[in-house]
Each structure stands twice: as structure tokens, then as C-alpha cells.
Design a protein around this ligand. Structure first.
Ligand code: ZN
Length: 456
């Protein structure tokens, strides 16, 4: 049993209660008490003094490519298509060992920045690469995060008019068989599940329409969720217009890709009518502001998407287009970019476009909704799973900011005093306790070097 006492608590519960000096009690995997004032005494409980700290629900990362942790820093000034063209040949050298190391690095960084549930989208499966899904699933078990890997895929290579080289695409029937086998082997639908699989062809310009349609049918037959990249760049919008004569969202809708079981990464280039349609079907969006800025892709219309009825979560995206890989940084960037986004003819922004509390909600309850876990995680409430972040806000960087949520999001990244996943400590005193950070850092550097050597 763990008792966190005397802390500020942002519950994100139904009433959006914020407690100035309260307690949270965890028994096993679940939260058993949340309240104002000190907790009652529990025999044998570990008591954490939460003075100077803010407790939030653990963050939910809704889009990532863990393998990219070992291919960071390349094509630093390129657009999406230029960046992909540079990186596909490097990724062709991926194997079980490199993915296992990369996934541990990316997941450890997510944990250090408040993330307790991580979705991943792995779509590069080189021949002779081994079982890359298993490599990242075992990495997540080691680090200790709740994990939602999406079995990605590409079947539209250069010879058929797609963007990826033919060496990294797979055969459509093999993809569907491997995806179904992954669901049967790994997917755990139970309420306290640590592992759920989604179906995730990569993007319109790397996947055939047939695979998109059959993937949607497979996901519905197996009752799992659907994920892909959509409307990330103006290049993609032009590509869809030239090839299909419609927008990316119309293309996706025609293939069965709308609904509350679908979430799209990015969703930047939608017009008003598209946003209305997506909202009506409650299709989710994984907003990745840092990656979108790094690749000059644009800024998603977060306020409009939310107003229309789309759940919007946050994602760090792959670390090759967001080297920081910090989920806390995405809260800050989501807020700043939403406000800086020009509205109207004058070119000015809107300071009311996204407030700090909504930014926190994107990272927690809305992210949980996107993954279908809103009844289990995403808020600090009795009966929910004990996925909690305890942020230290009495340091020089935050002292004097009286609103703890503003301090967390507008101030510098604070130390993470404690991160619990399923009631188990993963971070303590700003250090990941489930792996050795220094050893892992050396393995990441070596793997990066080996992969680059192999492909040049
Ligand atoms: Zn992505």
C-alpha cells in the first residue's frame, strides 16, 4: 500500500476537483482513496510526503515510433517526405536487438516525462529482422509502462508509386496474417490490461487502399482499435488529390476508417467540413506538436477538432522527428502552438485557444479515451488503476507560481518525484528505477552507431 500525503492533486474527475492539500491511497493496482487533508493511518503503508508536489494522472502517449530512438538527429532540416526518404534505408537495417534497445530508451524517456501508458506504431518489418513486435513488447514489460503497440505495415513501395523503397514493404496477405497472429498472441482486453494491440497500416502514401479496407475489417472482427497517419502535410493532401481525387479524410472514410475506434496521428490539414464529419463520428486525433514543428508540417486545429466532438490526445511521435521524446513538452507545445496559430485576416493568434487545464486533459483523460481506456485510467479517482505522476514544484524553477497546473505546464520541466504504473514505482526521484539509465544510454549510442555503419 502507498499513501501520498499533503500534495496538491489535479484529479480530472467528473467535477474536475483540484485539491490543495490532499491524499491519494493506492492498494495493489488501484486507487482506493482520494481526499482533502491527511490520509488515515494504514498499517505497513509506504507514506510519501507530498508537500511541495502536484499529483496528476499519468500521461497517455497516443502516437510514437519507439524504434526511432536509435535513429535520432538525422535529416535535421528536412520536410516529412525528404526526411522519410533519408531514413527508410537506415530503418531497413532494424533487427530484434536494435528495436529492443531503442524501445527501452524511448519508453524510459516517456516515463521520466510523466507517461504511464504508451501507444506505439511500428510499421517497418525488414525481411530477416526477426520478431520486432515481441522485441518492443518485452522492452515495455522491462521498463514497466502500460503498452498499446499498433501492428503497423507498408505494402505500397516505390515500384507501385508509393514513397518507401521496396526493401521495407511487405506483402498484403502476410501483413494481415501477421497482424491477426499478433492480436491472438498478445491482445489482453481485461480492464487492468498492460498490453493491447491495434491495427495500423502506415499512411495513404505507403499503403494500398486494399490493405486499408481489409485492415479495418480485421480490426472490427477482432474488436481492436485502428490507427494510421493522416493529413500530416500539404504534400500528402496533394498526393491524395492527384491519386484519388479527394482529401485524405474522405479517402479514409470511404475505406471504413471513421468512428470512435479509429484514431489518426497528426490530423493537421482538415477543412471545416472534414472536421465536422470527423467530430460527428468521434474519430480521435493524436496531436504531435513538436514533430509537426520539427518537420514544418503545420499546426493542428485542436480547439476546432475538440469543439466538433473529436477526442484529441497528445503524442511525441517518433524520436527521429522529435529528438526530445518528452510527453510533458508536448503539453507545453500544444498550448503554445494553439495560441500562436494565426486566426483571421490580421495574422494574430488567440490566447484563449487552449488553456492549461485543457492541455492537461489532452494528456490524460482524452488520451485514455482515444485508447478506449477512459473508465480505467486518465483521472485520479477511487477504483481507477494507480497510474500516477507526482511532480516536485518547490524547486527554484517553480517556487512562487501558486497555480500548480500552470507551474507544471508553463514552467521548466520539474523533477518527477514518483511515477506509478499499476501501483508499481517506475520513476523515483527523477530516475527510472526499473532499468539502469547509464547502461542503457551506452547501448543506445552503440546501436545507433552500428545501424548507421550497416547502412552506409
Ligand atoms: Zn508518426
Amino acid at each position: 500500500m502507498i499513501v501520498i500525503d499533503n500534495a496538491a492533486i489535479a484529479t480530472i474527475d467528473r467535477d474536475r476537483r483540484e485539491l490543495a492539500g490532499g491524499h491519494v491511497v493506492v492498494d495493489g493496482k488501484r486507487i482506493v482513496a482520494v481526499g482533502i487533508g491527511p490520509a488515515p493511518a494504514y498499517d505497513g503503508a509506504r507514506v510519501i510526503d507530498g508537500r511541495g508536489c502536484l499529483v496528476t494522472p499519468g500521461f497517455v502517449n497516443t502516437h510514437q515510433h519507439l524504434y526511432q530512438w536509435v535513429t535520432r538527429g538525422l535529416a535535421a532540416d528536412a520536410t516529412l517526405f525528404g526526411w522519410l526518404t533519408k531514413l527508410y534505408p537506415v530503418w531497413a537495417g532494424l533487427d530484434e536487438e536494435s528495436v529492443h534497445v531503442a524501445a527501452q530508451g524511448a519508453l524510459a524517456q516517456l516515463a521520466r516525462t510523466g507517461c504511464t501508458t504508451a501507444a506505439d506504431h511500428h510499421y517497418v518489418f525488414p525481411r530477416r529482422g526477426g520478431d520486432l513486435l515481441e522485441a518492443e513488447i518485452s522492452a515495455a514489460a522491462k521498463v514497466g509502462l502500460r503498452f498499446h503497440p499498433a501492428r503497423g505495415s507498408m505494402d505500397l513501395g516505390e515500384k507501385d508509386g508509393g514513397l518507401p523503397p521496396d526493401s521495407v514493404v511487405e506483402d498484403r496477405d502476410e501483413i494481415l496474417l501477421a497482424t491477426e497472429a499478433a492480436i491472438d498472441r498478445w491482445h489482453d482486453p481485461s480492464p487492468d490490461s498492460m498490453l493491447r494491440i491495434a491495427v495500423a497500416p502506415c499512411s495513404p502514401f505507403s499503403v494500398t487502399a486494399e490493405l486499408m479496407r481489409e485492415a479495418a475489417e480485421l480490426a472490427r472482427r477482432k474488436n481492436v482499435r485502428l490507427h494510421t497517419h493522416l493529413a500530416e502535410t500539404v504534400d500528402e493532401v496533394s498526393w491524395c488529390d492527384e491519386r484519388f481525387g479527394c482529401t485524405p479524410s474522405q479517402y479514409a472514410a470511404d475505406l471504413g476508417w471513421t468512428g470512435s475506434d479509429v484514431w489518426f496521428a497528426h490530423g493537421i490539414h482538415f477543412d471545416d467540413a472534414e472536421i465536422k464529419n470527423l467530430g460527428r463520428s468521434a474519430t480521435g486525433i493524436a496531436h504531435c506538436p513538436s514533430s509537426n514543428a520539427r518537420l514544418g508540417a503545420g499546426i493542428a486545429r485542436v480547439a476546432d477538432l475538440r469543439a466538433a466532438g473529436c477526442p484529441v490526445g497528445l503524442g511525441v511521435d517518433g524520436a527521429a522527428s522529435n529528438e526530445a521524446g518528452s510527453l510533458l513538452e508536448e503539453l507545453r507545445h500544444a498550448l503554445l502552438f494553439a495560441r500562436a496559430r494565426p486566426v483571421g485576416a490580421g495574422g494574430g493568434g488567440d490566447p484563449q485557444a487552449l488553456d492549461v487545464r485543457t492541455a492537461l486533459e489532452l494528456a490524460t483523460l482524452d488520451g485514455a479515451r482515444i485508447l478506449g481506456r477512459q473508465d480505467e485510467i486518465g483521472s485520479v479517482e477511487v477504483g481507477k488503476l494507480a497510474d500516477l505522476a507526482v511532480w516536485r514544484l518547490d524547486t527554484l524553477g517553480h517556487a512562487g507560481i501558486t497555480d500548480p497546473i500552470a507551474a507544471l505546464i508553463l514552467g521548466p520541466p520539474p523533477p518527477l518525484e514518483l511515477l506509478l504504473v499499476n501501483g508499481r514505482p517506475v520513476v523515483e526521484h527523477d530516475t527510472v528505477v526499473t532499468i539502469d539509465e547509464q547502461t542503457l544510454a551506452r547501448q543506445v549510442a552503440q546501436t545507433h552507431h552500428d545501424l548507421l555503419t550497416k547502412t552506409t
